[in-house]
Design a protein around this ligand. Sequence first.
Ligand code: ZN
Length: 275
Amino acid sequence: MAGEVALPPPLPVETRYYEPKILVIDIETAPILAYVWDLFDQNIPLDMIVEDWFILSFAAKWLGSPKEEVFYADIRETPKDDSGLCSQIWQLLDEADIVVGQNSKRFDEKKINARLLAHNFPPPADFRSADTLEMAKARFKFASNKLAYASDRFCVKYKKLDHGKYPGNKLFIECLKGNLDAWEECRIYNIFDVLATEEYYLRLRPYCNKINFNVFNRAMVCSCGSDKFRQHERPRFTNSGIFARYICESCGAPWVDKNNLLTKEDRFQLRELGL
Ligand SMILES: [Zn+2]
């Protein structure tokens, strides 16, 4: 029939159980190069731009993979050309179910999209986002939400690094000049950012239940992968009923059962009583 869209056949049962593929990613970008008339409080007209920004490097890893398997690439061999990086990033994003990053929803994902569009890539497959900055703001009130602060306090193995020999913007300026020593520092800095973000995400995750990991397995499995729960001695009381509460034995994440312990008769009786 004209206009009828043929839907693909449903997935066979054996492929309906998934290990979630969670990608942790961080990119470094080059600054915009522009002529400026002054330093303070400037509005730079478009015709003053000499060179637009691009991606300098990226580091990424699958959550839980060994640190030796971190993906890293930069443009030291192809100055100003991030098309190769974009291709690698696209492949990883396209494979991911969930993408984790510090401020990744507002920065990394959008910056990556801008460069993918510039290089004529189609969008990668739709993935879900777990932004550690958003998670921190939603559930905690820390003195600072910066990764440097968070990794310093909450990460044991990996802390966000300072730019050692090339402090602040100097690192990126030196990389753009082709200084291989600076590129090496950029590589280590970028990789540590991803390792620290992964560790930070794992610390935050038991408090954040926005992504329902049960759907990957169609069973009661915690976001940490454990299926061992103990029941809390008290259920959760809501306006509509009573629900059993569980605690993950591995990471401590709380979980509320969806089944109402009030029977239909109980509920009917409550309504009859005008309650
Ligand atoms: Zn857990």
